[in-house]
Design a protein. Structure first.
Length: 498
């Protein structure tokens, strides 16, 4: 439900980057790339007495409705329409949001899901409610939720368009006494804000920065957020012991859910509005020292298990990119749209220095804090121990040359990626690496797809006798020695052994 607590209105984007669209006939619903249109906006109503159900109302004031009419005779999908509220059939307008990673599934009254269909006409761009019966259609019921702001007049227009008793909000604002549009928006805002505060109580990741004076941020790729020596750019690197991987934490006096991060060059981690690459969604993250500290240098930690996501004022997240150059080792702020990149916005927080407060007279001796990293500790700080997100206390070496925590059991996989002609770039140089615990080629392939952001790859190694690339089969060698593999695209023209 938390995805719908962010705004009065949302846009729902399907797996093919199209938006749920209320058609001009005020009856049908389809998918469209016109995400900027008001017809891609859906106003959210919370169902009175139910904590797990919402209604979605179009710009015409009609409800998104899961009907029992077959989309095509003999097929399983049923029509989804926008309809006027009909007393006695309230359940047809109710949708249960189910979180699936960073996306949601919307379940209907009959246990089916809102589904964005692909393929050829008449399925193309259609929207039905159904169950995905094939593995290739599992993503068709997943939706990205984008919070949008609506003008007051538009919100009032939608609320006034239907005098239904479905929503308690409608009862309040559509009574016998005249009300002003501002009072309508005020009533709606108070309801949303109360639900938002309830949700934020459990989502905050501020506890991971509790008493932290300086931290390191480790990405999904086991690399650290680094401030480059040009005092402007930000990248990822494995040099966790470097002073450039150290970020000083500043807490805002007027907020208990936002922090600032300052590099060793006394510049702030900043979410700029400059695109990282023209035509792409990601925007640059830089070091800056603005004359006036604004919200571009503010980050909201959002807890995700034992890790944290750092959210910007735009609703994007600090993202550690993988894949090929120029994406490799870059850092942007964005929203992950693919399942393979969902973990790219997750960070482990390593505390390298804690806030030290003067002890009060006759106070009991402080207990050792779990997991405070011994790297670059202030001499006046307590005994060097290390704090890591969600781990149990363990003693760490004070050796400043230690750049990262001990790796778990498993083998180290080093990999290179070929170009379209099957040529391996910089094969003589050590490739990127990660720790892999499994023995199956299928699991390794899925992991490499996550690491590179590529799909339908072929995992190969090089034949030591003739130098050709040979696809891996079934199982990896039983020992846990490190391996060098080469990732090949299916469209590559490289030659393989039979």
């Amino acid at each position: 439900m938390e995805s719908f607590n962010k705004s009065h209105a949302v846009k729902l984007r399907s797996h093919i980057d199209k938006y749920l669209y209320a058609d001009d006939d005020q009856n049908t619903v389809r998918q469209s790339r016109r995400g900027s249109s008001r017809r891609a906006r859906w106003f959210v109503e919370f169902v009175e007495g139910k904590n797990d159900a919402i209604r979605l109302r179009s710009c015409d004031g009609k409800y998104l409705t899961a009907t029992d009419v077959a989309f095509l005779l003999g097929m399983t999908g049923y029509k989804v329409l926008q309809t006027e509220p009909d007393e006695g059939y309230y359940w047809k307008y109710e949708w249960e949001p189910i979180q699936d990673g960073f996306q949601v599934k919307l379940r209907t009254w009959c246990g089916k899901y809102l589904r964005a269909n692909g393929g050829t006409p008449p399925w193309r761009n259609s929207v039905t409610h159904d169950d995905p019966h094939k593995s290739s259609t599992q993503n068709w019921i997943l939706w990205d939720v984008e919070a949008v702001e609506a003008w007051a007049s538009e919100s009032v227009s939608v609320l006034m368009s239907s005098r239904s008793s479905l929503s308690s909000l409608s009862d309040e604002v559509l009574g016998s006494e005249p009300v002003s549009p501002l009072s309508v928006i005020s009533t709606a805002s108070s309801r949303f804000s109360s639900k938002q505060s309830f949700s934020n109580k459990f989502r905050s990741g501020m506890d991971l920065f509790h008493k932290a004076k300086a931290v390191r941020l480790r990405s999904h790729h086991d690399k650290y957020l680094l401030a480059e020596d040009d005092e402007e750019s930000v990248t990822q690197d494995r040099k966790g012991s470097s002073k450039t991987a150290r970020w000083t934490v500043e807490f805002l006096p007027d907020s208990d859910c936002v922090i600032r991060l300052k590099s060793c060059y006394n510049k702030y981690l900043t979410a700029s509005n400059q695109p990282f690459l023209l035509g792409m969604t990601g925007r640059k993250v830089v070091q800056s020292l603005p004359q006036r500290l604004d919200s571009s240098v503010e980050w909201e930690p959002v807890r995700e298990g034992t890790q944290v996501k750092l959210k910007t004022r735009y609703g994007n997240f600090l993202r550690a990119n993988g894949g090929l150059p120029p994406w490799r080792n870059s850092v942007t702020h964005d929203i992950p749209h693919r399942t393979a990149t969902q973990d790219w916005v997750l960070w482990d927080v390593d505390i390298v220095e804690i806030q030290v407060q003067s002890p009060r007279p006759k106070s009991p001796p402080p207990q050792p804090l779990p997991h405070v990293d011994s790297l670059e500790l202030n001499p006046s700080s307590p005994t060097p121990v290390s704090i890591k997100s969600g781990e149990f206390p363990r003693q760490e070496s004070a050796d400043p040359n230690v750049s990262s925590p001990p790796k778990p059991d498993g083998r180290t996989i080093y990999y290179h990626v070929t170009d379209e002609n099957g040529v391996v770039i910089d094969e003589a140089v050590e490739g990127n690496s990660f720790t892999f615990k499994g023995n199956g080629v299928y699991e390794l392939t899925r992991r490499l797809e996550e690491e590179t952001g590529l799909e339908d790859i072929i995992v190969c190694n090089r034949n030591r006798f003739n130098g050709k690339l040979v696809p891996l089969r079934l199982q990896l060698p039983p020992n846990n020695a490190s391996m060098n593999v080469i990732v090949v695209l299916p469209s590559s023209k490289g030659q393989f052994l039979p």
